[in-house]
Design a protein around this ligand. Sequence first.
Ligand code: 6PG
Length: 228
Amino acid sequence: MPDTSPDFQSFASTEQVAETTTRRLLAAAEHAIAERGRFQIVLAGGRTPQAVYRRLVDQPADWARWHVFFGDERCLPADDPERNSLAARAVWLDRVPIPPDNIHPIRAELGAGPAAARYAGLIRDRLPFDLVLLGLGEDGHTASLFPGHAIPDAALVMPVHDAPKPPPDRVSLTPLALGSSRAILILVTGRGKHEALARWRAGADLPVSRIVTSGRLEVLMDAEAAGD
Ligand code: 6PG
């Protein structure tokens, strides 16, 4: 199936992006569970998805059938609140009855190399995901795929060093793994993201441009980011 081009959608406010995303996630979960008995989601790090995670806490969902993976992780101690997995746990995952064995953190405390190899082994037999959530950095990075860093074509997960956004050592799913999904939602809010978004839409070769899928690829932006 040919890769789908991104469907850019602009919303009046950040709240509307979070509300729409929450509804999309719940609908995708219901569909996946009806079809396959489980919902496999990949979470984004950073601040933007936090508003979605907070909204999910009070939602009626079949949490026992959710399986949670992470698009990237920061190589920080396992109990560091700056870890993407702990940030999601604090506002959502630890507040709903998702079975602990269904939450698959990246063991980034082991170091970028060992953690990447370990996570590649874990996700290899789980593809395709049902939904991948991603953010966008002001330099056009997504997950921990940064401009100027070599991205291996065949690997599913890669160690990252010298990341321009702290911490320097990270682990990231590659475009190959992130693109192995039935749906991808890229959330982009705030004035600071406008230039990266404009460059992406103009065809610049940014890491986010490498995210392609034969599934559905939607970019949910607020008016500030879209420059409306
Ligand atoms: C991370 C993220 C990163 C993030 C973007 C956007 O570990 O920081 O995975 O890719 O999604 O940097 O971050 P904000 O949403 O905080 O602007």
